[in-house]
Write a protein that binds this ligand. Structure first.
Ligand code: CA2
Length: 147
């Protein structure tokens, strides 16, 4: 049985579709999860889609990925810009990592322009809203197929 792709979402992403639709869109995180699962299924892959507001829980899940995932797609939310702990966990996991953001962080405040996650990521997808989750699945499928 192939291992699932872990799709991990950080703080406040549970508010998707409820607040700030102009920045983050009107789909809920559950909608995004369904979209992500559907794209993965079409490519013959499985996904484990999770969200946490807690840095330590995200670190635990990234550690779990070392044994239990084929790769990690991570929207770390604001922890992207602050968390050396998440960077260290990603490096220790030794799995392909794709960094993901709904918004184009480079069109926003300067503090969003730096990412600790990027140093461990094979690539970054940002600015395409919920569609970015499907793009990340496609990119991960290519990485896992060795293309
Ligand atoms: O654009 C992204 O996906 C972000 O990772 C979202 C984070 C932000 O801190 C990053 O700079 C970029 C914020 C997630 C908060 O999500 C909300 C969703 C709806 C309403 C309020 C917050």
């Amino acid at each position: 049985m192939p291992k699932p792709i872990f799709v991990l979402n950080g703080p406040n992403l549970n508010l998707l579709g409820v607040r700030e639709p102009a920045i983050y869109g009107s789909e809920t995180l559950a909608d995004v999860g369904r979209r992500t699962q559907a794209r993965a299924q079409a490519l013959g892959l499985t996904v484990d889609f999770r969200q946490s507001n807690h840095e330590g829980e995200l670190v635990d899940w990234i550690q779990e990925a070392r044994e239990s995932a084929s790769g990690v797609i991570l929207n770390a939310g604001a922890l992207t810009h602050t968390s050396v702990a998440i960077l260290d966990a990603l490096n220790a996991a030794e799995k392909p990592v794709i960094e993901l953001h709904l918004s184009n962080v480079f069109r926003r405040e300067a503090f969003r322009h730096h990412s600790y996650v990027s140093a461990a990521a094979q690539g970054v997808i940002c600015g395409f809203g919920a569609k970015g989750y499907e793009l990340a699945i496609e990119a991960m499928a290519n990485i896992l197929a060795g293309r």
